[in-house]
Design a binder for this molecule. Structure first.
Ligand SMILES: [Zn+2]
Length: 414
């Protein structure tokens, strides 16, 4: 895809400009002007031809028509043969997830056999991959047993030690006993878990406080866990937290002015996620009309992550194969209903679940193939995700006042 490439060029170039600015004397930051053959600004309905983007320091100063005067001495980046768009936002990733591929040992090997240094090295690779593909912001929704590693990778990026996108980290995530991997081992063994498990509102609130204390930008809660197909052929998902447990998490997060992302497939768990006040529904495979209406009323964000559910199905005659097909069938219906209802759909891939070697832009194709307008899909990965992340006007848009799309210190909440 061409768009991320143009964006990649923009990011890296401006990154260099920023580095030069930091090492120079205290004179005003140098002016860089990007000449865009076509500009998709992340907000407007139509692209604009032949635009100039004036960047001073970390921020965009103004955007003008291509005929505007270029001050002498400014650094001009000529992208007149390219389409320029804001740094993209993937609102659902796992930089610490690696090895879901059964050939590499599956999920369990990632926790049982990879030490924390190896996992950090792989997360570093994932962060660089995202940046190289034009994704300058990630909402990384849990480390899968790697503790607070996402916040430390974020620190390493912010201090300039490694290249990577701006990260909103959810740290450990929260589920209940019986609500997360590792599972299926001898009951007398105390196995490590990929999430922080809680039972009861007191433990739920405590986990939220611990995660927020250690730097979580978002909280992630698993509201469903296992899923299967029942005798009637319907997809069923095991619910995890009660409404009271979730409310304790949400109440605590909102007090810190943070938000809660809820993994929820369908049924009881999805209903509890909405009743408990989740800010975003992750996956949302099967959403009823009443639940769509409730999301609309409550302003809930919807991060469908279509891609992982349409590849690598198990054999059709196995329970897993039936489950995989049932998931995909209802997911498409829910996505189309959400489009029709104008729910606030944000772009998320579940990278990590998808190997980090694969293209991050693949979700665009999937969304558009299911009826989303191309510009709507771009906005889901730019201005709309920015709004969910409380960064409206600062990222996901090319307009005066926005960051230049490169990697910079996350200044919110500091
Ligand atoms: Zn995920």
């Amino acid at each position: 895809m061409r768009h991320p490439f143009a964006c990649f060029t923009l990011s890296l170039t401006l990154c260099c400009v920023a580095a030069r600015g930091q090492s120079a004397s205290p004179s005003p930051a140098p002016l860089t002007i990007i000449r865009a053959g076509t500009l998709i600004d992340g907000v407007s309905e139509a692209p604009r031809k032949n635009q100039l983007i004036f960047v001073r320091g970390k921020r965009i100063e103004k955007v003008t028509d291509g005929s505007a005067a270029v001050p002498s001495g400014s650094h001009v980046i000529d992208l007149s043969n390219a389409t320029v768009l804001p740094g993209l936002i993937d609102a659902h990733t796992h930089i610490f997830l690696w090895g879901e591929d059964p050939n590499k040992g599956g999920y369990d090997a990632n926790i049982l056999k990879a030490g924390i240094a190896l996992r950090a090295a792989r997360a570093t690779y994932a962060a660089r991959r995202a940046l190289e593909q034009g994704f300058t912001t990630l909402r990384d929704v849990e480390t899968e047993g790697a503790g607070y590693g996402d916040i430390e990778i974020k620190q390493a990026i912010e201090e300039g030690t490694i290249p990577g996108p701006r990260i909103f980290g959810a740290t450990r995530a929260i589920s209940t006993t019986g609500g997360y991997n590792l599972e299926g081992y001898a009951p007398e063994l105390e196995m490590p878990k990929g999430a922080q498990l809680v039972d009861g509102p007191v433990e739920a609130r405590k986990a939220a406080r611990q995660q927020l204390e250690h730097g979580a930008d978002w909280l992630k809660v698993y509201m469903t866990h296992r899923s299967w197909v029942d005798k009637q052929g319907k997809l069923v998902s095991q619910p995890t937290l009660t409404v009271e447990e979730l409310q304790a998490v949400v109440d605590e997060a909102h007090g810190w002015q943070k938000k809660v992302a809820c993994h929820a497939y369908n049924g009881i768990g999805l209903q509890r996620a909405l009743d408990g006040g989740c800010d975003s529904i992750e996956h949302g495979l099967e959403i009823t009309d009443a639940q769509i209406a409730q999301m609309k009323r409550q302003g809930t964000w919807y991060c469908p992550t279509l891609s992982p559910y349409y590849d690598d199905w198990a054999q059709p005659d196995t329970p897993e194969g039936k489950r995989d097909r049932a998931r995909a069938a209802v997911h498409e219906i829910s996505f189309k209903k959400a489009l029709q209802a104008h729910l606030k759909i944000v772009y998320g891939t579940d990278m990590g679940g998808i190997p980090w070697t694969e293209p991050i832009a693949q979700e665009f194709k999937r969304m558009v193939s299911m009826g989303m307008a191309p510009m709507d899909a771009i906005q889901s990965a730019t201005s709309r995700s920015a709004e969910m992340l409380d960064m409206k006007g600062e990222i996901g848009v090319i307009a005066a006042g926005a960051y230049d799309g490169s990697i910079f210190k996350n200044e919110i909440g500091k």
